[in-house]
Design a protein around this ligand. Structure first.
Ligand code: LAN
Length: 712
């Protein structure tokens, strides 16, 4: 990479400020920094020396390794009880934030500005471009958006990194070949023309809900992205013209800006970017939409814009301005800017909430996928520690009590305001993925949250603040979320027909139009219901039993011929197959008595690598076919071992090899180091779960000890 001409910040002055699950990185003055020393949490995530000493004696057994891992990891618990972490990977999120700030005339403070530059320059590929995610090859989507972002942040046009990035962008097809969401961002910035993107009609929101195409029936993330996009597109809102914008118009293209035939560019998407090509049906519908753009009555447009604005306000209010996730947050903020202006209270609240998404590390600052993964990571860790039997040990009791306090505080206790009007389901009793104020239930987050609180409250020494009623509320949420195929989707029931996927217009994502049932979510809910039933057998027992049976039916149907399950939210078959085996085993089907469990175990064993570990590449997610990573990964190894153990695989030999691999990767101070990226969404976008290397290693080691003893 080019010599860095910028003065980056002093890492020792950054602090993660935490309150009630909110996490905000603050850059202190030297004076402030003296008053507020860095914690282990800060140092770990900034990759500064933590001054740890080696665990003595070095762990020689699985349980000792789990204990050493937890000893290290417990230092990363924040003051409010949650485990924080980076949630990066996708390379189209920071641009949304920076472009929005620019259009709104906001200045990004100096420390964050230079650190975002550090991150972007550091994550550029060898050819100078950026991919859709940090491990992917350069694409126009990644390169054009991050190029623009660097330029807005103040990187000079002639900086070597910009020259190189521009070269790659031009070689890949220039910004005229950017996919749909990129066309939108560039249009609103004023460096591309709305004439060159396919319409995003806000009128969709006026259609009768009974129509299968109504946005209220789409997957929540897709719905919540097209809502603000429709609001902005419908009015062709554009940033004021500035010098930078005039320069970018020259830099992004290989031909003079004025000579571009925009109407020819709507369907121009670079080869490097395409994941889900347009169907003919989509092209036909786009044609109709174009006609409508020319002939549609302006009064209808006005009405549609008002409807969108109402929906936007409801989303803001129901999420306390933090919004669903990282794409709709900047978009909603932008709508608020256009509608109410920079000085409005609403805009200021949005701006404040952006800070929750910004994550600082030794490689700089980026925009996270959500405002954190607080509940998710904390609940997995709690279960791992409980199962390993470490929760009883005195040195971990405070950690567990604080995790419980946190999870207790993050249960959602209310329903969305005016929820039917904004197509929302009830949420009272749910647990979210990040924090309570975000306000969305996810089936598996509710299940994992409930399950961990149940386990934690079983411990002798913990407080018992979450009472029967609150668990019952959670069960009510879960029982409402089961699809007709017996499976559970992510945020809502599957509302629309699957053929809506034929009009998926995003080009770079798969499976985004409606909710689908997922083996991961289904298993989590089944295990949650079972854990609940053990402790409160009287409540809705017949319904729970039927939900379990139907869940099992879905799990069976979704198993592939080769015995595996496809995982949609982490990489990939190892993740899915771990869940599938858990579900079978909890319903009484194990290696001993079930051909399905046997098939799944053999699938895992067939993919064990020579060193005893498992390592799966993200390519599995894109292609639906298992691909080996070049190197085994502790996280995949832990999932595979956990799956085999859940199934009661009778021969400990292959499991021992996996466990030994996990132990061999542990550092003297108890930590595991970061390996490949772990997570995924929408098939093609990878996302980091840096806490998994701790959580699942500890879990697998603990489970091994429970089943096979402490000999290795
Ligand atoms: C997540 C993160 C968590 C994830 C699990 C709980 C692991 C999963 O089991 C269910 C789905 C869920 C909640 C999920 C859905 C999609 C998210 C929110 C993300 C992968 C994090 C980021 C992503 C979101 C869509 C990013 C914004 C991008 C768009 C394409 C809108």
């Amino acid at each position: 990479m080019a010599p860095l001409t910028l003065n980056y910040t002093d890492l020792t002055r950054w602090r993660l400020q935490v309150k009630d699950g909110r996490q905000v990185w603050q850059y202190l003055t030297e004076e402030q920094a003296k008053q507020w020393p860095q914690t282990a949490v800060d140092k770990y995530w900034l990759d500064l020396d933590m001054d740890t000493s080696p665990i003595t004696p070095p762990p020689a057994t699985p349980l000792a390794a789990a204990r050493a891992g937890l000893k290290f990891y417990k230092q990363l618990q924040c003051s409010d009880g949650h485990f924080a972490g980076a949630y990066g990977g996708p390379q189209f999120l920071t641009p949304g934030y920076v472009i929005t700030m620019y259009i709104s005339g906001e200045v990004i403070d100096e420390a964050r500005r230079v650190e975002m530059i550090r991150y972007l320059l550091g994550t550029a590929k060898e050819d100078g471009g950026w991919g859709i995610h940090v491990e992917g090859r350069s694409t126009v989507f990644g390169t054009a958006l991050n190029y623009v972002t660097c330029r807005i942040l103040g990187v000079e046009r002639d900086h070597p990194a910009m020259i190189k990035a521009r070269g790659t962008l031009h070689r890949l097809g220039s910004a005229t070949a950017i996919p749909a969401w990129g066309k939108f961002w560039l249009s609103v910035l004023g460096v591309y023309s709305y004439e060159g993107m396919n319409p995003v009609p806000p009128e969709l929101w006026l259609l009768p809900y009974a129509l299968p195409i109504h946005p209220g029936k789409w997957w929540i993330h897709t719905r919540m992205v097209y809502l603000p996009m429709g609001f902005i597109y419908g009015q062709r809102l554009v940033c004021r013209e500035t010098n930078l914008i005039r320069e970018l118009r020259e830099e992004l293209y290989t031909q003079p800006y004025e000579s571009i035939k925009w109407s020819k560019m709507c369907n121009n998407v670079a080869e490097s970017d395409i994941y889900y090509p347009h169907t003919r049906l989509l092209d036909g519908l786009n044609g109709i939409c174009w006609l409508y753009e020319k002939l549609g009555p302006s009064r209808l447009r006005k009405w549609a814009i008002e409807e969108c604005w109402l929906q936007l306000q409801m989303e803001d209010e129901n999420t306390k301005f933090g919004n669903l996730a990282s794409v709709n947050h900047p978009l909603n903020m932008l709508c608020t800017f256009f509608r109410l202006g920079q000085d409005s209270e609403e805009f200021k609240k949005h701006k404040e909430h952006c800070l929750d998404y910004l994550w600082m590390s030794e490689s700089g600052m980026h925009f996270n996928g959500t405002d954190g993964s607080q509940v998710w990571d904390t609940s997995f860790l709690s279960q791992a520690v409980c199962e390993a039997g470490l929760a009883e040990e005195p040195e971990f009791q405070t950690t567990m009590q604080r995790a419980l306090d946190f999870l207790d505080s993050q249960q959602i206790r209310t329903d969305p305001i005016n929820r039917k009007r904004c197509y929302r389901d009830a949420t009272k009793g749910a647990w979210p993925f990040s924090r309570r104020d975000q306000g969305y239930t996810v089936s598996d987050c509710t299940a994992e949250g409930m399950k961990s609180v149940l386990y934690l409250q079983d411990l002798e020494y913990t407080t018992k603040n979450v009472g029967q009623e609150r668990f019952r509320d959670a069960v009510d949420v879960l029982l409402r979320m089961q699809n007709t195929d017996g499976g559970f989707a992510s945020y809502e029931l599957t509302r629309g027909p699957k053929i809506l996927e034929w009009i998926n217009p995003a080009e770079v994502f798969g499976d985004i139009m409606v909710e689908y049932s997922y083996p991961e979510c289904t298993t989590a809910v089944m295990l949650g219901l079972l854990a609940f039933q053990k402790r409160d057998p009287a409540y809705r027992s017949a319904e729970i039993q039927s939900a379990l049976n139907r869940g099992l039916g879905y799990i069976k149907k979704s198993q592939k011929e080769d015995g595996s399950w496809f995982g949609s939210w982490a990489i990939c078959f190892t993740y899915g197959t771990w869940f599938g085996l858990e579900a079978l085993s909890h319903m009484g089907e194990t290696y001993k008595n079930s051909e399905r469990a046997q098939r799944a175990c053999h699938f895992l064993l067939d993919h064990q690598m020579a060193d005893g570990g498992w390592g799966e590449a993200y390519k599995s997610c894109e292609t639906n076919v298992y691909h080996h990573h070049e190197k085994s990964q502790v996280v995949n190894t832990a999932w595979a071992c956990m799956g085999l153990m859940a199934a009661g695989y009778p021969d400990p030999t292959p499991i021992k090899r996996g466990i030994r691999l996990i132990m061999s990767r542990q550092k003297p101070d108890g930590r595991w180091e970061q390996e490949g990226i772990e997570g995924v969404f929408n098939r093609n976008a990878m996302i980091a779960y840096p806490n998994y290397k701790f959580i699942f290693s500890i879990w697998a080691l603990g489970r091994f000890t429970k089943i096979w003893g402490n000999e290795i």
